[in-house]
Design a binder for this molecule. Sequence first.
Ligand code: DSN
Length: 422
Amino acid sequence: MSKLTTMYEFLKKQDEEVFQAIEGEEKRQAEGLELIPSENYVSRAVKEAMASSLTNKYSEGYPGKRYYGGQEFTDQVERLAQDRAKKLFGAAFANVQPLGGANANIGAYFGLLEPGDTVLGMDLSHGGHLTHGHPVTYISKIFNFVRYGMKDVATGEIDYDALAETAKREKPKVVLGGFSAYPRELDWKKISDIAHSVGAVAMADVAHIAGLIAGGSQKNPFDYGFDVMTTTTHKTLRGPRGGMILVRDSEEIAKKIDKAIFPGLQGGPHMHQIAAKAVAFGEAFRPSFKDYAKQVVENAAAMAEVFQEHGVRMITGGTSNHLILADVFGSLGIPGGEAEKLLDEAGITLNKNAIADDTRKPMDPSGIRFGTPAITTRGFTEEDCREVTRLMLKVLKTKDASAARTKIKALAEKHPIPESFA
Ligand code: DSN
């Protein structure tokens, strides 16, 4: 019996169609290289927790204060996840129930704001996120979102003077630091000082970099005065799909956020995911996770170097974290969507992405966004990453995916997806 058939023994017997789709995805992940900077591979232990009988249980409420009986073990699991999260990020309070990053952000807004209140966040076209108030979201109809952005796209420096002026003028209740497509570190101290100078709560959305913070490769906003931090758990943090809200020290804020998540926004928490979050947080305490976080950043720097050598324009001029945003249309004459498709054919998955002040449409932008969290989990070194980048450039310059397919498959074979981390 193949390894997959052993893992999915009952599924294969009972539902061949679903089994086949999962089998296809497992193969795709094994044979290709995952460069989407928000993706990663979880350990088998995390998967086992996700597949546990905890999925059968309703547990509305919080540990010790549930609406239904039978909560002995769900309480144990949720407390474990909370305690580990608090220790990992230096928080006094943790809500581990958000189903994803969007829920975490919306829950935090509902806890911190009244309808009509203002949030000052990063411009979406400069790296911010949909849930930071894009007009297509419902939250943008409830709260008033105003923006700050980069002063200089070439270096990525944020316009902190404009940020301070806007804060004075708009009187936001929340100043939000965080991004999903920004390759540099924010000056957390400056942002939290500006927030507090106008009486606002300083909230960081660290969804992309939570694992780098936990591993010590990026600064922790709580060390610079931030009050609240939201994150996903499945990106650099290498846990199951989900979200989390951390509060540095204010019990008042923590209580409001707990109420906002339940009963305000969600119903029964997904306890199997919470168990898997606890397992992933446990893994993030290991010394090897520090090495992982460091290697993620070094690998991204190595990829940026190769782009630099070939004269490809990168937004902010390079990277200081796990991701790169490159203007492939401006530099190589190939739109981001076409680049994504060609690289997909070659076995590299990444995403087209709008670049700052993009002249092209959002569905057909100028850029591509890629990063190193997943390939670093597979053990890619800086030299491997340089090789991947050279192959990417070959495909993009020749517009021929076959030019790199065999070498990409060989790199994937050289670095199988691990089942556990030391
Ligand atoms: N989809 C996530 C990302 O790729 O950054 C954020 O929502």
